[in-house]
Design a protein around this ligand. Sequence first.
Ligand SMILES: Nc1ncnc2c1ncn2[C@@H]1O[C@H](COP(=O)(O)OP(=O)(O)OP(=O)(O)O)[C@@H](O)[C@H]1O
Length: 917
Amino acid sequence: MGRRKTSKYFATDKQKPEDGGEKEELPAKRKAKKDDGKSVRSSPLKKFHKADDDDDDFVPPSVKKNSVGATPSKKLKSGSGRAVAQKSVDIDDDEEEDVKKTESPLKSSGRGRGGRGASGAPAVGRGRGGGRGGFMNFGERKDPPHKGEKEVPEGAPDCLGGLTFVISGTLDSLEREEAEDLIKRHGGRVTGSVSKKTNYLLCDEDIAGAKSTKAKELGTPFLTEDGLFDMIRASKPMKALAQAESKKSVEKVAASLPKKSPQNIEAKSTSAPKAPIERMKTVASPAKRKGQNIQQSSLTWTEKYRPKTPNEIVGNQQLVKQLHTWLAHWNEKFLDTGTKRNGKKQNDASAEKAAILSGSPGMGKTTAAKLVCQMLGFQAIEVNASDSRGKADAKISKGIGGSNANSIKELVSNEALSANMDRSKHPKTVLIMDEVDGMSAGDRGGIADLIASIKISKIPIICICNDRYSQKLKSLVNYCSDLRFRKPRKQEIAKRLMQIANAEGLEVNEIALEELADRVNGDIRMAINQLQYMSLSLSVIKYDDIRQRLLSSAKDEDISPFTAVDKLFGFNGGKLRMDERIDLSMSDPDLVPLLIQENYINYRPSSAGRDEVKRLSLIARAAESISDGDIFNVQIRRNQQWQLSQSSSLASCIIPAALMHGQRETLEQVKDVSHGEPLRVLPKVRCHFCYFTLIVETLTDPIHVLPRTRQRLLVAAGSCAYLKVVRTQGKGPLELTVTDEAVKKVVEFMNAYSISQEDFDSIVELSKFQGHANPLEGIPPAVKSALTRAYNAQSKSRMVQAADLVPLPGMKKAPKKRIAAMLEPPDDGIGEENGDNLAENEEENSSDTEGPDAMIGEKLQSELQSLNSEGIEVQLELKGAGNSSAKRKPAGRGKGGSTSAEKKSGRGSGTAAKRKR
Ligand SMILES: Nc1ncnc2c1ncn2[C@@H]1O[C@H](COP(=O)(O)OP(=O)(O)OP(=O)(O)O)[C@@H](O)[C@H]1O
């Protein structure tokens, strides 16, 4: 067993596992098992879907029919499904989360779910751990220990046909998504949780999670990655055999035929028995396809295969019935004026005189509405609500020939449509208002008018929308029967697609269709369109073709900034091509940099491994790059230098993500910080790293500290030089006997990292975390005041640099007025004078950006002192020369609002306006 030599999990095979040790094979019968560790054998029969299984999965008849060449029994004999070391690994049960149920990459963005990204190569963009947990849980799974070290076998195309796998834990060399692809490519099915239908639990370690417990309960055999590889490899000779057989049979048929036209032979050969392994569907011959009439073939498949009866609608049958009932009783409920009761109802505002069908696009809402109308003999008048803009004139007469909205009013109130008229002569009418959520806020009371129309309407109105929760529709839904369409299950969609493929004579694998169905996020229209598109170039569609197609079509998809960041920071972020990275970062050039800035600190870079120092240096480099991005950003925003956009996204997104991509470390909230403010700290991490995190947390608040300062502080905090000196080692310079030397060292250190006195106090304050003693305890007051004096004495040489004023080659300088505006005094007058002076100084300084100016430094000095004391953010630079100005936080970078960090660091006295400066 080669794997035992290579896998770290098998290195501990001999250790007795917690639940009873190594299992050779697992019981065939689905009875509850005791954790006695006894080896049991699995029955091959159970590996096929049973009719009485839960209906979670779509089981086409072919699955049952096909005893695929690679039967489970054979596979087991050939060494698959072998023992799995029952090693106990400390992994969350979340690890067992279903990766199958992740959102489709084609889905429109912003739902907060993890990315099954479709951008990039198979393994690319589908981040590990990017399952239902979404962005925050991203990357919680470990890397495979021998990632990419094994050759992935190529087997017969359908050698895993009819088998259902569940993947658990970390595999030896494959990412889960890669394993999933491998299985599907070979005709197997992958589901998210173990059920009676599951044939194998694919795992290389028994992490005793929910899946393995369930598998043991049901007697589902465990299969290692090597077992799977063997299984696939074993199918190769069978494939050759099967192909030979199939070839023979074709030849036989051809020989037995009188020599006729080539078309005939072709037609016959297609009807020859198929190879047992090839479980492709062929119903219509190519000849049939050719024979279809021109009119039919010119139709798009979505039109051609539009359901003809309500029963043909995929999914949501219950809602279709409800709609049918509502419409069938509409007249008697709202129109029959014979009784007093009915007359009252007509004016009842709460009556559901209209129906609203909601759900994401392409699910069949319009189709359902039309079919139900047709079934009940109603004539449907379809109006796109987003076209009928604006409020109708109160006087209907004025609307004649006027706005669309008025014509709707005319329609719904038309006497000719009322019950008094002879119904046999006037067909019943329904108004279908499509895209009611498309009425924009500027539609001058469009929705209100629609409600008014509903109230007076003498015909039923069916409203259709995508976003049921749109604010605009809040009042409308009160007047409507609320029918919310849900995404049909992928198996249902796949079944429909299979019918279409069959009718079109396409050969397509059902697993491939399920993949397509899975990826379109319930959008049947899109699935059908994709299928039609592929049929133009292929007559046999395989799993890989679908993947390929979806990957390329995903490029045109609107990707949300969250997904973009998810991908950039993901494990596979490093594998993305540069153009892909640029696309991702440009998906929202405003928000992506902010998300990068917010999150880069929360990743453990895969290139750093467990090396904390390396990690910190990467953090520092990322922060440096982000602050460079700020400089570009300022040039772009203020000076309209749009040609810098790519440089900006490179600096603020691509470089930080390239440095930091890896595993996300979720931060948790703790409330027991001495200052009473909730802070997030890394769980299970203590010692100085806590402080590091706390400091980082404070410093990552963009209002508190500007990126460049933050970066330096991060380095300081991260390397713990500061804290180590002051606290951890307990022998900081301040404890040195020679006070001057100690003070000098500390001030040098502070200067080196641009740590202001407030920052110093913040760090000291923060390091009191969780009952730790004051790090400055025991340091004599005289030393402390010597430190303050020394720090202040050196402040003359400190210069300030703002992103706004950094001259870029070939760029024009920021206008003086803007700089002055930027430095306007705080609202409450505390620093009015100071602010003005500073503004003046800045003007002067900005005109002298070409070289150092000691005078300016001196002038600024006093201003900076006072600004600092008022809590105004300035960035101090030790570089004696260069441009100088107070730096303002670039607009839009802030989290907004005042933060705990400010309070903690004693800066809470300033107003929000001041802080933003
Ligand atoms: N549930 C379904 N069953 C079968 N075919 C469907 C279904 N949903 C959509 N289709 C196919 O997609 C086409 C478009 O569907 P339809 O216009 O009804 O979707 P919709 O939900 O109204 O979309 P939108 O919200 O964009 O208007 C149909 O002609 C049909 O071919």
